[in-house]
Design a protein around this ligand. Structure first.
Ligand code: DAH
Length: 363
């Protein structure tokens, strides 16, 4: 009797247990279905780990299949179909992941072949290069050809052949960088040294434009730097006069700063020219009326120039009784400042891309 009572309770309990395990099973299948749909893998190793987790002998789906024998026969068909669906879905999904990562590995992980192409940002020319090119371009159209010389020079080409007296202050350590072991070797402090290089190797007519970097022993500030850039011009032939010089410089100023630009020559002194002058242009910001940029004078200085001193012609092997010539020299930073109002010289050598990008469309 007690046994019967026990059996009486046992049967429904068994049924309840069976029912819950079926429920668990179906829930588990649905849960795994959702899990499988969301699977992701970034590498072949990750995809293989997923295969092991779900489909290997001890994998979750395989163990679900092992539990299948406990499913009551009336539910076997339904549950069996669901497990098969799950197994197929998992196999397909994991195979697809494996294929995707293998393609990615061939192409490299960062390449998305489905992305639309986009323009690659171009670099920009340095503002000093832009202005140098423009200066060279203007003088090329006037018949000048390009000449260059070394930045590491000797005293002769920088100073002596250019008629600097032995005690000229420009030769001072404060202005010039010397090579310690070779006091005769210096970093050129102006591009006038290229004049000497050209004259010693060429007979007139000479008509050259010489851009280049120069060095001076200056403390770096907004207004001075230990290196900067110049363009030198030299014209030597028979009957070259100061009027020729003035006409060429007027043409240059108008090409560079606009047709309304006026020029003014003020007497000055350079060892290598006689007579010498400094040239101002009418301030292109205020049109010559006077503003803070031109310190209310209406004029801004842009270059030095003059007739080549006969002593310089002779020192460089050119007969000064036959030939005359003119020369001029200007700072590229100065011209760039005038054109683009760059207030601080240091910006030219800091390579800050925010500054450089402003010149993307300049030339
Ligand atoms: N060499 C001068 C300087 O560095 C610039 C200069 C002035 C060059 C007059 C010339 C010239 O050719 O004629 O300041």
């Amino acid at each position: 009797m007690r046994g019967a009572l026990f059996l009486f309770f046992l049967v429904p309990l068994q049924k309840i247990i069976n029912d819950t395990s079926q429920l668990d099973m179906i829930e588990r299948i649905q849960q795994l279905m959702a899990e499988v749909a969301a699977l992701k893998a970034d590498s072949a190793e990750e995809a293989e780990a997923l295969r092991i987790k779900y489909l290997s002998k001890k994998g979750e789906i395989t163990s679900l299949m092992n539990d299948f024998r406990n499913v009551p026969s009336e539910l076997k068909k339904e549950v069996g179909m669901k497990i098969n669906e799950l197994k197929n879905a998992a196999t397909e999904k994991i195979n697809a992941l494996k294929e995707a990562v293998s393609i990615q590995q061939v192409a490299g992980p960062s390449i998305d072949l489905t992305r639309t192409p986009y323009p690659i940002p171009l670099g920009s020319r340095h503002p000093l290069t832009i202005v140098k090119n423009e200066i060279v371009d203007i003088f090329s159209r006037l018949g000048f050809t390009l000449a260059e010389g070394p930045e590491v020079e000797d005293d002769w080409h920088v100073y002596s052949s250019m008629n600097f007296a032995d005690d000229h202050p420009a030769r001072d350590m404060q202005d010039t960088f010397f090579v310690e072991s070779h006091p005769d070797i210096i970093l050129r402090s102006h591009t006038s040294s290229v004049q000497a290089r050209v004259m010693e190797s060429t007979q007139p007519p000479i008509r050259v434009i010489c851009p280049g970097r120069v060095y001076r022993n200056e403390a770096i500030s907004a207004r001075a730097h230990c290196f900067f850039h110049q363009v030198e011009g030299l014209y030597i032939d028979k009957n070259v006069s100061f009027t020729d010089l003035k006409q060429v410089l007027l043409l240059f100023a108008q090409e560079m700063f606009g047709n309304d630009t006026k020029i003014r020559l003020r007497p000055s002194y350079f060892p290598f020219t006689e007579p010498s002058a400094e040239m101002d242009i009418s301030c292109h910001l205020c049109g010559g009326k006077g503003c803070s940029f031109c310190k209310h004078t209406g004029w801004v200085e842009i270059l030095g120039c003059g007739m080549v001193d006969p002593a310089v012609l002779e020192a460089n092997g050119i007969d000064s009784s036959v030939y005359t010539g003119y020369a001029f020299g200007m700072g590229i930073e100065r011209i760039t400042n005038l054109k683009y109002q760059v207030k601080d010289l240091r910006m030219f050598s800091e390579n800050d891309t925010r500054f450089l990008e402003e010149f993307v469309s300049a030339y």
